[in-house]
Design a protein around this ligand. Structure first.
Ligand SMILES: C[S@@+](CC[C@H](N)C(=O)[O-])C[C@H]1O[C@@H](n2cnc3c(N)ncnc32)[C@H](O)[C@@H]1O
Length: 730
């Protein structure tokens, strides 16, 4: 049982008599108020604790006690307003004046009701709690100025009950009513959904809600992950404005959260677009999820028109870069009526300094864009009844988009003519940072297959898992894919800026079981040139040799005999050597090596797609003395020697230095090929190796392939200090 504070003297100013409502000019905004914004900023206005004179603390408590209702019901959100000033500000926010008809939800003790009556309004109050309904009835008596209905607002048919009342009170003249309410927090969203579409009845709705909720509703920009279908809804039907915050100390009992006053200027909008349908089922293909609007073939046609795959789903669309959500918001808020002969060229805000221009084909599409996700817009094939009268099928014609970035010297107009607020420069969480349209040359059509530059992630443990790398990078943004190599990986991130951030944050951090310092940087060559399909091609800059150079097998689990088994079908092998994460397979005949290369490059060995190339030189050219009969002996020394002399094919000394995927020729850059997994290193001859290998580092792959190839020489076999056992796998 909540103990109510003991009663104190009655309020200094009694509530106005409903029979003789006095008209008072609405109070000015509180002196500490700053103009409210429609955007995310949190207005500084905070109404301080109870200090009101009318219907303040004392009268509220007295009212409650008078009905024996000592325990406000939490389930009904009964947090009563103790501060009459807040009530007055609510009334002022709605601009209530003499003769207005106001719907009040949950009058409770009637403190706000009193303020409304005081302003000269006629009040239609809906109260769920019968005790409170009785209390308000008792308090104001029967009067023409007030009608109280004991009902649950969420189940109440406002239109059918309220409209006759409005008609009567406005003497059958067309007049808009207003809504003013200190709402129970738990029904806020329901009430908003109920009232906002009633722009034909109400001109403004002013609600005291939970602060967080008010902020969320008022946030017209969609640069936050919080942007939801409800925001689209709110913006479609109204212009929300966060008015001021109301501290929790103003309520009895005190809630755990602060409140805030928000006003919705209703727009009397048309039919609500099927945003929700598109939000639903992120993996569901749009042609299915929007089927209730039009046929799949129509949807497919519309998607195809804008260069999207007919099978695309919201999830897929999320992965597209480009058109920004602001576009969709604007469109949702201001449907674009495209007239037959007037081409539309809209300048709309994309986040920050990015801009988009939309040039739909004239006269074809009624509402071409809809939002399905904060970062997404797409053109949905739905028929807007508003345009149904015309012969403009929204689906038949091609819709063209072009996206351009505004030139830096052009100052953004902040949505100017569309009334969209100037975008604020704010650092967004990686996933929600927009891409610059410049990164999608040619517009949406090409967005679907953006060319990505991978991030090189080197010095991984050999047994590092793809999922680990993916998890690591996905902290900074969406990871498209990870091409796992032995000891390094290529990470393709959706957004280049996320990749930048990942590089910034991850380079040289300790990672993995052994706490290796990662080397994370941009690959220095576009790896997108080759495709898997091409990977079987032989490198054209190496001459055929009897020895094949093999990489990208599993260096932990692959044994010499596994390689032998994999390669011996092509001819007689004279030698196989594994060195950490690469190997040499030597055939007796060069033709067999060629056959093997063709047959094995890009083949799968123990779940890894291996790359095979000719070695620069055959072992016997270097008089290394390899021979079948020495094979058993040779394995270990090889590896020892490798450790000692040429610890990594990727670079000695450069602490897993930067991957040099082909800084031109200068470094003999391996072209890992598209997908990496089969790309054949492009160890260009003459590439200069990097000096100073450092034992087990693998941070700088490319340059030293050359070295390795050159060093497939007897020198490798010299036993060094390392224990061969460490590398022995057989
Ligand atoms: C936060 S109190 C506000 C009371 C009063 N207007 C004030 O300012 O002190 C919410 C009021 O709404 C009533 N209420 C709660 N749920 C309701 C519903 N679904 N329909 C109508 N009234 C409801 C409660 O009984 C309570 O009186």
């Amino acid at each position: 049982m909540v103990a109510l504070p003991s009663l104190s003297p009655p309020p200094p100013r009694p509530s106005p008599s409903p029979a003789t409502p006095r008209r008072r000019p609405p109070p000015p905004p509180p002196p500490h108020a700053t103009p409210s914004h429609r955007v995310r900023s949190r207005p500084a206005t905070v109404v301080s604790a109870a200090s009101g004179v009318t219907d303040g603390y004392h009268s509220t408590i007295r009212s409650l006690n008078s009905r024996g209702r000592h325990v406000p019901r939490k389930s009904l959100g009964q947090n009563y307003m103790l501060n009459s000033k807040v009530n007055e500000e609510l009334v002022a926010a709605a601009g209530v004046e003499e003769g207005d008809v106001v719907l009040e939800i949950g009058p409770g003790t009637g403190s706000l009701t009193a303020a409304l009556l005081d302003a000269g309004a006629t009040v239609f109050a809906v109260e769920k709690d019968k005790h409170m309904a009785t209390l308000v009835n008792d308090r104001f008596g029967s009067t023409e100025q007030l009608k109280i209905i004991e009902e649950d607002i969420t189940k109440f048919n406002v239109r059918s009950h309220f409209l006759p009342f409005l008609e009567e009170k406005s003497h059958h003249r067309r007049k808009y009513a207003k809504v003013v309410s200190n709402l129970p927090f738990n029904v806020s969203t329901e009430v908003v959904k109920l009232l906002l579409p009633m722009g034909d009845v109400f001109s403004v709705t002013v609600l005291l809600l939970q602060d967080e909720t008010a902020l969320r509703f008022a946030d017209a920009s969609i640069q936050t992950p919080e942007y939801r279908p409800i925001n689209v809804f709110v913006n479609f039907y109204s212009e929300p404005e966060y008015k001021f915050k109301v501290e929790r100390t103003n309520f009895f009992p005190q809630p755990k959260v602060d409140g805030a006053v928000i006003s919705f200027k209703l727009k009397n909008s048309g039919d609500y677009p099927p945003v929700n349908s598109a939000f639903n089922g992120k993996r569901k293909m749009l042609r299915k999820s929007l089927q209730h609007l039009c046929s799949s073939s129509e949807i497919e046609a519309a998607l195809a028109n804008i260069g999207l795959p007919v099978t695309c789903s919201p999830d897929f669309l999320q992965s597209l870069h480009g058109l920004q959500a602001s576009v969709a918001t604007i469109v949702v808020m201001h449907p674009i009526p495209i007239k037959k002969t007037v081409p539309i060229s809209l300048t709309i805000t994309c986040h920050h300094h990015s801009w988009a221009h939309i040039h739909p084909a004239p006269g074809k599409i009624s509402t071409p864009i809809q939002l399905i996700h904060p970062h997404l817009v797409h053109v949905v094939a739905y028929k807007n009844p508003r345009y149904a009268a015309t012969d403009q099928s929204p689906l038949s014609p091609p819709l063209r988009f072009s996206i351009r970035r505004r030139r830096p010297n052009q100052s953004p107009r902040g949505g100017g003519d569309l009334g969209f607020p100037r975008p604020r420069r704010r650092r967004l969480p990686p996933r929600h940072r927009p891409l610059l349209p410049s990164s999608i040359p040619g517009g949406l059509r090409r967005v679907a297959c953006p060319k990505m530059r991978p991030v090189f992630c080197g010095n991984l443990d050999y047994d590092a898992r793809q999922s680990e790398i993916e998890r690591l990078f996905s902290k900074y943004g969406r990871v498209e894919r990870v091409d796992m190599k032995s000891g390094f990986a290529f990470v393709y991130m959706e957004d280049e800026r996320d990749a930048d951030e990942a590089i910034h944050r991850l380079d040289r951090i300790e990672f993995g079981r052994k706490g290796r310092r990662l080397r994370v940087e941009w690959t220095k060559e576009d790896r997108s040139g080759g495709r898997r399909g091409n990977s079987k091609r032989s490198p054209n800059n190496t001459r055929p040799t009897k020895t094949l150079f093999v990489i990208n097998f599993d260096p932990i689990n692959t044994r010499t005999r596994d390689l032998e088994r994999h390669f011996d079908q092509y001819g007689k092998i004279s030698n196989v050597r594994i060195r950490r994460n690469f190997a040499f397979v030597q055939y007796e005949l060069q033709e067999d090596a060629t056959k093997a290369l063709e047959g094995t490059n890009g083949s799968t060995l123990m779940d890894r797609v291996i790359s095979v190339e000719y070695a620069l030189r055959d072992d016997d050219e270097k008089r290394n003395g390899y021979s079948p009969e020495r094979r058993g002996r040779d394995r270990s020394p090889d590896r020892r020697d490798y450790r000692g002399r040429s610890a990594s094919p990727y670079g000695r000394g450069r602490e897993r230095g930067s991957p040099d995927y082909g800084r031109g020729r200068e470094r003999g850059s391996p072209d890992y090929g598209r997908g990496g997994d089969r790309g054949s290193p492009d160890y260009r001859r003459g590439a200069s190796p990097q000096g100073g290998n450092k034992g087990d580092e693998r941070g700088s792959p490319p340059n030293n392939y050359d070295r390795e190839r050159r060093e497939a020489s007897p020198g490798y076999d010299r036993p060094r200090s390392r224990s061969p056992a460490r590398y022995e796998r057989e």
